[in-house]
Write a protein that binds this ligand. Structure first.
Ligand code: FE2
Length: 426
């Protein structure tokens, strides 16, 4: 007797007419429908051929600043630097309760969208560490629904801002999971390199992962990705370090990149691009042609690196839109990277599911016996259709329990004498 069986499912790997049996919060069996025809469960879902996927994972987000669009005013220039300045004005006005409230609200949006794991950076520049207290509280309270992993992020620069390194260490002492950084915001290129060294050493001492905002600029001469790959290897942190954004790589000289990518491979450096935000913030100093700014996603994937897409921002000082929909993120990533082949589009789906899970080092994530039953049933037959339609999340399952449902989206069209049902599928 199982707790839940989902029958007639299509899987991301192309298998069809599959049944997934769940017990005690975990997947127990995945077999063709006829092999589990006699199986009995407390609850059944007929997927009707729709796509059953492991839940979405957002590898890069900022929960402390989300859902504060227009506070205290709107980012006029649209640049990263005005966003940082705006956030600097907003921070002192926030209370712990206010952050808990908006972060929890966003987590609810996420769960309804089948997004069940988020790596969120938390700004540790404020010595009161209110945001850290708040997000640690949220991490606990949302646990039944969503895995929240926190990165200690020194938004104002760990060397540039007085006391920032101490604040960051205190945040780690309080239970923040990952060491963050922002080398391109330090005063000089050498300060940036030093910040990378110090933060990687700290992670090595404490046995933690690293995820740095790294070279989030259009500067073709920025060299912090190189420093991050070097320190990763020097300290034996291979496979535990992530470079977020890496937008400078978009503008770098091709010869230099042909040397840099092999260094990243040697370090097994993970990469997170944030397509919605990169296309919005980068290239703001260009006239025409305007650079897209996103890092070299297909080339990095081709080299064998794990590349994920993050949402980064939703309605905050940097970005006015968003709803916690990782299919929207994949949709934008696919366009900006021109990954329009069948294989390319499937890789974009992996960038918001399996690749992101690998970067977060999530335990027992996936669609295999023994994995947590953290799943999303989409109104689409395969990953490409899911991205094209930003498909409705028919059911969201967390540890074997249905936690969110949305009715299938169908329009009723009066067309001449007939009524026609439209669901935008062939
Ligand atoms: Fe970010």
């Amino acid at each position: 007797m199982f707790d839940l069986i989902i029958r007639q499912a299509s899987l991301p790997d192309g298998h069809q007419q599959m049944s997934v049996a769940i017990k005690d919060g975990r997947i127990v069996e995945i077999k063709p429908d006829n092999a589990l025809a006699q199986a009995v469960a407390g609850k059944e879902i007929d997927a009707k051929g729709q796509l059953l996927s492991p839940a979405f994972v957002d590898a890069h987000f900022h929960l402390d600043s989300a859902l504060r669009y227009g506070q205290p005013r709107i980012n006029d220039s649209g640049t990263l630097l005005e966003g940082i300045a705006l956030w600097g004005e907003l921070k002192p006005t926030l209370t712990q309760d206010a952050i808990v409230q908006t972060a929890t609200r966003y987590c609810q949006w996420a769960v309804a969208n089948g997004l069940l794991a988020i790596r969120s950076h938390v700004d540790v520049s404020d010595p009161r560490l209110l945001a850290v207290e708040a997000l640690l509280q949220v991490k606990e309270s949302v646990k039944p629904y969503l895995d929240l992993q926190l990165v200690a992020f020194p938004q104002d620069g760990v060397l540039r801002s007085r006391g920032a390194m101490d604040n960051l260490k205190r945040a780690l002492d309080m239970g923040v999971d990952v060491v963050g950084g922002i080398p391109h915001f330090e005063r000089t290129m050498s300060d940036g390199a030093q910040s990378v060294r110090l933060l990687c050493e700290l992670a090595a001492q404490r046995g933690l992962m690293v995820d740095m905002h790294c070279d989030e600029s259009d500067d073709p001469l920025s060299r912090h990705v190189e420093s991050l790959a070097f320190e990763t290897q020097r300290l034996g942190l291979n496979g535990r370090v992530t470079g977020s954004h890496l937008t400078s790589m978009h503008s770098m000289d091709n010869y230099y990149v042909s040397k840099l990518i092999p260094l990243m491979v040697e370090a097994d450096l993970h990469v997170i691009a944030n397509p919605l935000i990169n296309i919005t913030l980068q290239g703001r100093h260009d006239t025409y042609p305007k650079r897209r700014g996103m890092t070299r996603v297909p080339e990095l994937m081709q080299a064998g690196l794990t590349v994920a897409f993050g949402h980064d921002c939703v309605m905050d000082p940097w970005y006015s839109l968003g709803s916690g929909d990782m299919l929207e993120v994949a949709h934008m990533g696919l366009h900006v990277a021109q990954m329009t082949s069948q294989d390319g589009m499937r890789r974009c789906f992996e960038a918001v599911t399996t690749n992101a899970a690998r970067i977060l080092n999530l335990e027992d994530y996936g669609l295999a016996p023994g994995c947590h039953a953290d799943l999303v049933l989409l109104q689409a037959s395969d990953p490409v259709e899911a991205i094209r339609l930003r498909a409705t999340r028919l059911a969201v399952i967390r540890r074997g329990r249905i936690v969110a449902q949305t009715p299938a989206q169908t329009a009723k069209l009066s067309w001449g004498p007939n009524e026609v049902a439209i669901d935008w599928r062939l």
